[in-house]
Design a protein around this ligand. Structure first.
Ligand SMILES: *Cc1c(COP(=O)(O)O)cnc(C)c1O
Length: 394
């Protein structure tokens, strides 16, 4: 080894960062499947509880396997600190509730993930926290909605499932100007395609269930960002209990070692699927961030390294055609997840958004024939074949 320690690139850290090797000299990181940790003396245990040392106490607070996953996420997002949770929603919930109190106001993008929408519209008001929803790209409305008690801006880009993009540089400046916390759901882009902290976001939250696991196995979530804010989120979560299981953390940490190669192929396949659908007679429009026809293409190429693995399109003929499309698929899975090796199709207006009124659906961009494809890692010609043969039957 050279005298000077060479600083590894974040992609190498995603592969190489690990907890201490045990005396067994195992190559792959072991899984610390334990609820608690022991102490040699009352004094040592007192010190741990007083946070005088960094020793683990109980896996609801911290666990070496979970720490390894968080350390890799911090390396990839260039973040000071992070906390991992049992699901993406626990990360979203924790990052909002740990930092807001009664009387505060949250400014939130109107097209956010369904459960996030429920949290901000149904639960926040119950605890005396106000929320204003603003359309993703109505920049004037964002600024106008800011009040003296506004504390946080929450947004998602690209949005699920509409694939709308929000200019992170602009959002970062808006947050800075008004001294607000900027909290970004970075799930669709992953840390490899987009790094919100670079644009002034204070927090980046993820559903690790999606591309990070990437194989449809476990639920998980993580929030990374500003050290002082993460400390608040940690204290909130260590007491309320949505901590990530070490088993799931082990899977997710291993998954990060291949995220870069997987995302490259997901993006490559998604681009080919999007291009193949652009001229299909049964499709009225296709949306993919890296297609020139995307309404926010300029934002996409500015802040994303690649377009991601989700493609949306509108099948002609509305709800009935959407259903027919799903029923005609031979290979693609019909399932609620996304970000899997297996390609998945979903029809939001008859499933995830079926409880909304037609008007509500349209106001958040869920058109009747909207189909969302999570493009997997199968041979791309097979993915395109299945989608086009199903479209032919619509
Ligand atoms: C799935 C998802 C979530 C929620 O994550 P879970 O792991 O399912 O709790 C949050 N945000 C986005 C954008 C998602 O796609």
């Amino acid at each position: 080894m050279s005298e000077q320690q060479h600083e590894l690139h974040p992609l190498s850290k995603a592969v190489r960062v690990r907890g201490d090797q045990t005396w067994q000299m195992e190559h792959s990181s072991p899984m610390y499947l334990t609820s608690s940790f022991t102490f040699d003396s009352a004094e040592e245990m007192r010190g741990a509880f007083a946070e005088e040392n960094e020793e683990n106490i109980y896996s609801r607070f911290s666990n070496p396997t979970v720490d390894e996953f968080v350390a890799k996420m911090c390396a990839l997002e260039n973040a000071e600190a992070g906390f991992a949770t049992a699901s993406g929603m626990a990360a979203v919930f924790g990052s909002i509730f740990a930092l807001l109190k009664q009387g505060d106001h949250l400014l939130c993008c109107s097209s956010v993930f369904g459960s996030t929408f429920t949290i901000v519209t149904k639960f926040l008001p119950k605890y005396g926290i106000e929320c204003t929803l603003v359309a993703a790209n109505d920049k004037e409305a964002w600024e106008k909605a800011i009040k003296p008690n506004t504390k946080m801006i929450y947004l998602e880009t690209p949005t699920n499932p509409q694939l709308e993009l929000i200019d992170l540089e602009w959002a970062g400046q808006l947050a800075k100007k008004h001294n607000l916390i900027l909290n970004v759901d970075n799930c669709f882009a992953t840390p490899l395609l987009q790094q919100p902290l670079q644009y002034g976001a204070h927090l980046s939250v993820h559903s690790a269930t999606k591309w990070i696991d990437g194989q449809g196995r476990v639920l998980g979530g993580v929030v990374v960002g500003d050290k002082a804010l993460i400390r608040e989120i940690y204290l909130f979560c260590r007491n309320t209990g949505p901590s990530l299981s070490p088993f799931n953390a082990w899977i997710l940490s291993k998954s990060l070692e291949t995220l870069d190669v997987r995302m490259q192929r997901h993006c490559e396949n998604a681009m080919k699927v999007a291009q193949a659908l652009e001229n299909h007679p049964k499709v009225s429009w296709v949306k993919y961030p890296f297609l020139k026809s995307h309404p926010q293409y300029d934002i996409a190429i500015k802040q994303m390294k690649s377009g991601g693995g989700i493609v949306c399109f509108e099948v002609k003929g509305g709800v009935e055609s959407g259903r027919k499309f799903l029923n005609s698929l031979q290979m693609l899975s019909m399932t609620a997840n996304l970000g899997d090796t297996r390609s998945i199709a979903s029809h939001p207006s008859s499933t995830t958004h079926s409880k909304l009124s037609e008007e509500e659906r349209l106001s958040v961009g869920i058109t009747p024939g909207l189909v969302r494809i999570s493009v997997g890692l199968e041979f791309v010609d097979d993915i395109i074949y299945d989608i086009t043969q199903a479209l032919d039957k619509c």
